[in-house]
Design a protein around this ligand. Structure first.
Ligand SMILES: [Zn+2]
Length: 585
């Protein structure tokens, strides 16, 4: 065994000599920890996020963990004959980045057969439909997924006529999971005409002459025959997960929180982990629909044979989650008050409409109490202020019976927390999982819908920080491989840049008072995201003893011009000391 008794601190060797079996174990463990490091990175500008030592020149890695962190001299003197040395030539290093909200399997499967290009306009949608029309066998449905009206130049949905112009001979559905636009062949396939009665769970939008425009809101059962996707096997999921994690590694991501899986997804994570092929650490969210009676919700949770925390540093059972409302991209976020007069963007006008609430309040309370009782961390997808308030009230109800603080309950998205909601979150120890990209992509379109009073609460990152609420950064990446143009973009440097500048696609700035500084933005994607998975003592910063997850980047994060933060490129990504992505040399 390498090492030398003389290198041991006096206390350690002394106690080892004096004590019996337990002491001997201590002695050998101490010897072990004195092995020289496997690798030393030196001559760097290392942003550690370690309060005791915020900037360092060098870091040593041993057995997959950070050993010494400090000056070149302090770290290089720990080198042994077999230690690999990497000269960083002044390059910047950050702790490994953590995406607190993504859907890697769905994202990769979405482009398994055909790349979906960025769709910024109705002309882009038509071009994509023509492209698919030329490729697919006759009669096969063309489904254009994840089309959000807030991201279309026209800020309206296409009409059936515009879809017919691209492909008239087969059914076409332009979809975002809530709203869908159908071409004439798709309407005919479903038997929808001007005389079709309105479904109870949605609306067939009609023109002034009573003819369907092609837009259908909600009505999931009516639309189900058009939303069929090919069966997905375990092998498909393994391919998707492995491929997507490599893409994540290319932008410096070393850990993810997958925000929605059922049993097949969990099996994929377990299988890839057993094969030793995970290249990022994965904390996986279990999704339930929380429908039926409150007693049935409780039963459905009792049937899940594990709880938060099962697993290891590579794969762990994460949060229990449900979907409480829809989204700002399709006008289904559940608000505190009616949307008001400016909803034309979403294809309807209704003075009383507040959005879609998918889970009854009593079910949500039952879910929170059961999660609390069993030791599940809980979260729910809430985008509107109304749903965020309901979620916090459910957490409060659970908290009255049994404190929830240690379980770190979370708000997923929470796009409009007002000061009262922020205060409640602070008091309950509830964290936020936020998506800065929506400020950039959707801010310009939604600001007219929601109006200035509501927009003052739009993703208020600085207010959350000031209140002492833990807020993590995530992408909600759900389709595509491109880090900057997929839906939603998963490049964490883009996310940090948005959190710092609050700039939008049209060049405006939304709520400059809610800007974060660079260290706060980095914290969202490191220590705070680690806190969400109970891992802040293991990762999220570069400090001795923590897992050796880090990324070497091509410019200095703290001092580069602010608008170049979004262009930062990862040069080498390291997880547990192992290089998982490399273009350093
Ligand atoms: Zn999501």
């Amino acid at each position: 065994m390498p090492g030398n008794v003389n290198q041991l601190p006096i206390g350690a060797s002394g106690s080892a000599v004096l004590l019996s079996m337990a002491g001997l174990f201590l002695f050998s463990a101490s010897l072990f920890s004195q092995r020289p490091p496997d690798t030393i990175y030196y001559n760097g500008a290392i942003v550690t996020m370690w309060p005791a030592h915020p900037v360092a020149e060098a870091v040593a890695i041993r057995e997959g963990r950070f050993a010494t962190v400090g000056s070149n001299q302090q770290v290089l003197r720990t080198a042994g004959p077999s230690t690999a040395r990497v000269d960083l030539h002044g390059r910047c290093v950050l702790p490994g980045l953590i995406d607190s909200h993504c859907h890697p399997i769905m994202a990769a499967l979405g482009e398994r057969n055909s790349e979906v290009p960025p769709l910024h306009s109705i002309a882009d949608i038509q071009a994509y439909i023509r492209h698919r029309d030329a490729m697919l066998p006759a009669g096969q449905i063309i489904l254009v997924p994840h089309v959000f009206v807030t991201r279309l130049k026209e800020r309206r949905y296409p009409t059936r006529g515009e879809l017919d112009a691209a492909a008239a001979d087969r059914p076409v559905i332009v979809d975002n999971g809530y709203a869908a636009v159908l071409n004439s062949a798709a309407l005919a396939k479903l038997g929808i005409s001007g005389s079709t009665p309105q479904p109870t769970d949605g609306r067939i939008v009609k023109d002034t002459e009573g003819r369907p425009t092609g837009l259908v809101l909600g009505a999931p059962e009516l639309l189900a025959p058009l939303r069929v996707s090919p069966p997905v096997t375990l092998q498909d999921r393994l391919w998707a997960l492995r491929t997507m994690l490599h893409h994540y590694n290319e932008v410096g991501i070393t850990s993810i929180i997958d925000r929605a899986e059922g049993p097949p997804g969990f099996r994929a994570y377990q299988a890839l982990h057993r094969q030793g092929k995970l290249t990022a650490r994965c904390y996986v969210t279990y999704i339930i629909n929380a429908q039926g009676t409150p007693a049935q919700v409780r039963e459905s949770i009792l049937r899940i044979p594990f709880v938060t925390g099962m697993g290891d540093d590579w794969y762990r059972v994460g949060t229990l989650k449900t979907f409480l409302d829809g989204g700002i991209c399709m006008g289904t976020a559940y608000l505190r008050k009616p949307y008001g007069p400016n909803t034309g963007l979403y294809g309807y006008h209704d003075p009383k409409y507040r959005g879609v609430l998918r889970v009854p309040e009593a079910n949500l309370v039952a879910m929170a109490k059961t999660a609390d009782e069993l030791g599940w961390q809980m979260t729910a997808h809430t985008t509107g202020g109304g749903s965020t308030d309901l979620l916090l009230q459910a957490y409060q109800a659970a908290n009255r019976e049994n404190p929830i603080r240690n379980l770190r309950f979370t708000v997923t998205h929470g796009d409009f927390p007002n000061p009262h909601a922020i205060q409640m979150a602070k008091e309950l120890g509830v964290a936020f999982d936020c998506q800065p990209a929506w400020i950039y992509l959707d801010g310009p379109a939604v600001k007219d819908v929601f109006g200035p009073a509501r927009m003052s609460n739009f993703i208020p990152l600085a207010s959350l920080f000031r209140a002492g609420v833990v807020v993590a950064g995530g992408s909600d990446h759900m389709i595509g491989f491109n880090p900057n143009t997929s839906t939603n973009p998963y490049n964490p440097f883009l996310g940090m840049w948005i959190a710092i500048t609050r700039k939008t696609v049209d060049g405006t700035v939304i709520n400059p008072s809610e800007r974060l500084n660079r260290r706060q933005a980095l914290r969202m994607y490191t220590l705070n995201a680690a806190w969400l998975s109970f891992d802040e003592k293991k990762k999220g910063s570069i400090e001795p003893g923590k897992l050796a997850d880090m990324v070497v980047i091509d410019r200095n994060y703290l001092s580069c011009p602010v608008d170049s933060i979004k262009d930062i490129q990862a040069l080498r990504t390291v997880v547990g000391g192992r290089v998982v992505f490399d273009r350093l040399n």
